[in-house]
Design a protein around this ligand. Structure first.
Ligand code: ATP
Ligand code: ZN
Length: 312
């Protein structure tokens, strides 16, 4: 985690608030009534597209298959990932109306009376996606070829973590490069991928370092899960300073999942064992925010080396 939970609210002189306000005043982000939910300007989105192209160029060298995934995930996939056991506080569910004329009349009555119309909805067949790579695994059920497969998975994610920190959004872009196959190759993909990510960040003028990390597991049980994830170095993050005097922010995460996805989705390596997987997840919005914080709010004035690394 890049920032302790108690630090997430705005205080006067807060560097998170300062950058947040500067990005909005510059017209790069557009505020909404909800914290962590923004409209993006064309200039902002040009940087996002350039970063996506940078990740894509790396994925091409790995002969990865490219999949652009939707921002919602099949509820059946979500249920199979055990996400609720670990991160109930971050998830978002999509609810739908499937009533008749009578329940519709009641729905309208409640809306007009400012009442509890949500109680007339029911869970839809999708939830909001919390990580781009989750959509991939159910597509791979069955036997993999020898050597496994590589994928590039890109999509918008949702996490309920309202914050004034502009690098901690509720809706943000995640661009991942994933390996599925054998345990050793998964580990190697993760480690090589992280090195590639650090090199790309350096070319973009962002000082970054790899550090062991843990996911923000929920509750008392979560403390133990986080400790063992740290100890086994299953998750590494590339962290970069965005806010003076604050903890560095994770802009890329590199994760070994073991057979956490291979097992429930029935993915087998060529020998018939549950496949292992690993992903290198670029937080494209976070990198964009880091670039604006580091090089200024007008990309046309960024250092030439950075511009040519990014927009080549
Ligand atoms: P953090 O520890 O900062 O909460 P995380 O460990 O939960 O992040 P991952 O689940 O590894 O993050 O997500 C992959 C990448 O997605 C992160 O490295 C980060 O760059 C990006 N990311 C995660 N959460 C957010 C968010 N709320 N807003 C913007 N980007 C995010
Ligand atoms: Zn992933």
């Amino acid at each position: 985690m890049s920032e302790p939970a108690h630090d997430r609210s705005a205080v006067v002189g807060d560097p998170h608030r300062e950058l947040h306000d500067r990005l909005i005043e510059a017209g790069l982000l557009f505020a909404t009534p909800v914290q962590g939910l923004y409209g993006r300007s064309e200039t902002y989105q040009e940087v996002v597209r350039a970063l996506d192209a940078m990740v894509h160029r790396w994925a091409l060298t790995l002969e990865a298959t490219t999949i652009h995934v939707p921002p919602v995930l099949a509820r059946s996939t979500f249920d199979a990932t055990n996400y609720l056991q670990s991160f109930p506080d971050l998830m978002g569910s999509v609810h739908i109306f499937s009533g008749n004329d009578r329940t519709h009349a009641e729905l309208v009555r409640r809306v007009e009376a400012g009442g509890d119309w949500q109680a007339l909805l029911e869970p839809g067949e999708v939830v909001l996606s919390s990580a781009a790579c989750h959509a991939l695994y159910p597509m791979l059920s069955g036997r993999l070829p020898a050597g496994g497969r590589r994928f590039e998975v890109n999509g918008l994610c949702f996490r309920h973590e309202p914050s004034v920190d502009p690098a901690r959004m509720q809706s943000f872009s995640m661009h991942e490069v994933v390996y599925v196959g054998d345990p050793d190759d998964a580990q190697q993909h993760r480690d090589r991928g992280l090195r590639v990510a650090l090199a790309r960040l350096a070319e973009l003028g962002l000082e970054a370092e790899a550090v062991p990390a843990n996911d923000p597991f929920f509750g008392r049980l979560g403390t133990a899960l986080a400790a063992s994830q740290l100890e086994e170095e299953l998750k590494l993050e590339a962290v970069t300073p965005i806010f003076a005097g604050r903890e560095r922010t994770a802009v890329v995460s590199a994760n070994c999942h073991r057979d956490h996805f291979g097992q429930p989705f029935g993915i087998e390596n060529d020998a018939g064992a549950p496949a292992h997987s690993a992903c290198v997840a670029f937080g494209v919005d976070r990198i964009t925010i880091a670039l604006f914080a580091r090089h200024g709010l007008d990309p046309s004035t960024w250092p030439n080396e950075v511009r040519s690394a990014l927009f080549s």
